[in-house]
Design a protein around this ligand. Structure first.
Ligand code: PEP
Ligand code: MG
Length: 620
């Protein structure tokens, strides 16, 4: 993850728009390679659209006198967030060429100073109090007033004055972006075929991207298995996250070649790099066509063991891709999309429509609907600001997340259950509960579920005699180690290795700074997967893996060897995983898994997994 310092000189490289501020200086016409975490396969070649240059959408707004305190608080939070972002940018300067570092370091210091007891902030606070303007309006007005005063100064260094005025505007833009938290809503303006560059993209922002317009995405923040990465894979947009130093090196309009498998972004590519990019693009299309031929073949090992390969669904737009992928149903329907990017809650009718659409599209194949998993990085305005505010707390990943929130807000659960039950006659459906940690949570949830079913029956709604099954996600160490007790309450398990790895290793799955420590192959994670799988198998209870691990063909031998026979993954991963399954022998997998599970050094496990994958014969 570093900018290659030995950049190749490229006389033909283009200069993008230039101004002041991070993301605008330290750029050269030379080719440069920035490395990050490869999160979504594919090649994108196109101009950079740097969203840090996008003015945040902030219509002028006034507030009532009683809102002054809350507005001051919003401003204080945006200042704290901006300081944190600038601190991170500063920490990463080391990956940039020395020249750029020298240029940027004082600039970042100046920005941080402006976020202290500066004229900008004092003035903005005063405007909130005296003019009763919203924080973003106050910041913009004050920044414009300061910029105008700077430009009116009698000084012959006009360029210097313009630069200083731009610096004030830049910090105001950052504050506004953080205050409105809607930096990407205006992306309809992005020219088709662009590569979107941002410091950070939330899952809700990613859900708004149009894959037919956005060629690729690259961000400074983010991890391989965070929800933003998952969303980008779902949309099939080639993406590299955690690309540190990117926003300083890229400029709006620069050409770039992004490789979502290699995790590289070549900025201002020369002839050679462009030609290589075009060849890689064609090779990717050829490979996809080849894998497409596997669609109708069964996922059966060489010794005849059937493996169920299902798809994860983040947004309904994925349905055609899922249908083409040869998926045997949906193993994880993340219902968060219903709650994203809206200010109110979806009602029961809206949910019935969405679930019915999925069941219909799947034509009788099973669909596992997970009830709302709000929390962590998944910011949902409807819940955060809705009818009854939900406070995520200082540590959202450990707070009111998943089933905990739903049991506190049973009306959410009831609406979801009612909607799912109302479509239950239209196709085989199951219900999955997120972030379960105790058997009691499953028990309480089931009581609510049965109450909703009784109420629907009283209303004359036709329900199947046997209600859809309720399963538990096993995605915390607590749940994995209590799996035998949870298994007595649940009808099936789905092992969520993304959160399981995060909670086991105390590593945020979406945080670039600790991405090197995020490792689902860590023996602690694998032992928990094994423990939970065995608890289910002892009771002959269905168990699947639906974390991102399931979509990695290299990890299939290990998961099969541990006894897993159902894998649910991003639809585009299914052909490759099927190819891997069809080349494996279950007895070999079991021997291999035993060998892996004897190891306690993660590095050794990686070696073994790589060795097995390289040694295994490829067979379609
Ligand atoms: C997981 O945690 O592995 C999982 C599948 O759930 P999500 O990624 O939606 O948190
Ligand atoms: Mg999870």
């Amino acid at each position: 993850m570093k900018t290659e310092k030995a950049e190749r000189q490229d006389e033909k490289g283009t200069e993008g728009s230039r101004g002041a501020g991070p993301g605008r200086t330290g750029r050269r016409a030379r080719e440069a390679v920035v490395r990050g975490i490869p999160v979504s396969a594919g090649i994108a070649i196109g101009p950079i659209y740097d969203t840090t240059d996008v003015p945040a959408e902030a219509p002028r707004r006034n507030i009532a006198p009683g809102e002054v305190e809350a507005e001051r608080q919003r401003l204080a939070e945006a200042v704290a967030l901006s300081r944190k972002q600038l601190g991170k940018l500063k920490n990463r300067l080391g990956v940039l060429p020395e020249e750029a570092q020298e240029e940027l370091a004082p600039l970042l210091d100046a920005y941080v100073l402006m976020l202290g007891n500066s004229r900008l902030l004092r003035g903005a606070r005063k405007r909130i109090e005296q003019e009763l303007t919203a924080a973003e309006t106050a910041v913009q007005d004050e920044a414009e007033a300061i910029a105008a005063a700077i430009l009116a100064a009698r000084d012959d260094d006009r360029a210097g004055l313009r630069r200083r005025a731009d610096e004030v505007r830049e910090i105001a833009r950052r504050l506004t972006r953080n205050l409105t938290a809607t930096p990407f809503r205006s992306l309809k303006e992005v020219p088709a075929g662009s590569i979107l560059v941002a410091e950070e993209l939330t899952p809700a922002d990613a859900a708004l991207l149009d894959p037919s317009r956005i060629a690729g995405v690259a961000t400074e923040e983010g991890g391989a298995d965070g929800h933003t990465a998952i969303m980008l894979r779902a949309l099939g947009i080639p993406a590299v996250l955690g690309a540190q130093g990117l926003t300083e090196s890229a400029a709006r309009g620069d050409m770039a070649v992004l490789d979502g498998s290699a995790g590289t972004i070549v900025l201002r590519p020369g002839e050679k790099a462009l030609a290589e990019g075009r060849e890689a693009l064609a090779a990717f299309a050829r490979e996809r066509a080849r894998l497409g031929k596997l669609r109708r073949l069964p996922a059966v090992t060489t010794d005849g063991e059937e493996v169920e390969l299902q798809a994860n669904l983040e947004i309904p737009a994925e349905l055609p891709l899922i249908q083409q992928s040869g998926a045997q149903g949906i193993g994880l329907l993340r219902t968060e999309f219903l709650f994203m990017n809206r200010e109110d809650l979806p009602d029961e009718e809206a949910q019935v429509g969405a679930y019915a659409q999925v069941l219909e599209a799947m034509g009788g194949a099973p669909v596992t609907i997970r009830v709302l998993d709000w929390g962590g990085e998944k910011d949902m305005q409807a819940l955060a600001e809705g009818i009854e505010p939900v406070h995520a707390g200082p540590n959202p990943a450990l707070g009111l997340r998943g089933i905990r929130l739903l049991l506190k807000r049973p009306e959410l659960l009831e609406a979801q259950f009612a909607a799912i039950l109302r479509v239950a006659e239209r196709g085989p459906v199951r219900i999955l509960l997120p972030l379960v940690t105790t058997p009691e949570e499953v028990k309480q949830t089931r009581e609510i579920y049965e109450r909703v079913a009784r109420r629907l029956r009283r209303r004359g709604v036709a329900l199947p005699d046997k209600l859809p099954e309720i399963g538990a996600m096993i995605e915390t160490p607590g749940a994995a180690l209590a799996a035998d007790a949870i298994a007595l309450e649940a009808d099936f398990f789905a092992i969520g290795t993304n959160d399981l790895a995060m909670y086991t290793l105390a590593v945020d799955r979406g945080e670039a700074e600790v991405a090197h420590l995020y490792d689902p192959l860590h023996p602690a994670v694998l032992r928990l997967v094994q423990f939970a799988t065995e608890a289910a198998l002892r009771l002959r209870m269905p168990v699947s893996v639906c974390g991102e691990m399931a979509g990695n063909p290299r990890l299939v031998p290990l998961l099969l060897g541990l006894g897993i026979r159902c894998l649910s993954m991003n639809a585009s991963a299914i052909p490759r995983v099927k190819q891997a399954v069809r080349a494996l022998d279950i007895a070999d997998c079991a021997r291999f898994a035993r060998r892996v599970m004897e190891q306690s050094d993660p590095a050794r496990i990686h070696e073994l997994v790589l060795g097995f994958a390289e040694g295994a014969p490829e067979k379609a």
